[in-house]
Every structure is written in structure tokens, then in C-alpha cells.
Design a protein around this ligand. Sequence first.
Ligand SMILES: [Zn+2]
Length: 57
Amino acid sequence: MTDQPTREDAPRSCTVGEDVLRVHELVGADDPRPKCGAGEGETVDEWLRAVNCPECR
Ligand SMILES: [Zn+2]
């Protein structure tokens, strides 16, 4: 038994392309994208970090 959050219930966030400072809320399962729609067509990197994108919050 562990207190560590599982991947499934952890907040999902991501960065897009080369902008690694802005952390977006991640939506979608099969094709995860930032909630605000940033970085259309750019690479999405998933993180377990606090969302700081004002358009996603
Ligand atoms: Zn965003």
C-alpha cells in the first residue's frame, strides 16, 4: 500500500514544443492536447507539474 498517486488520478499537465515554462492542462486520452489549444501540431510532452497556463485554468 502506498500514498503515491497513481498515474490515473494525478493531475495531467504538459508542455508544448520548446516552451517548457508554460505548463498546460492536458485533455484527451488517445490524443492528448493542451486544453487551451496551444501549439497546434507541435510536440506535447506530458509532465506531473502544476498547471500555470492562464488560458488553461
Ligand atoms: Zn494552456
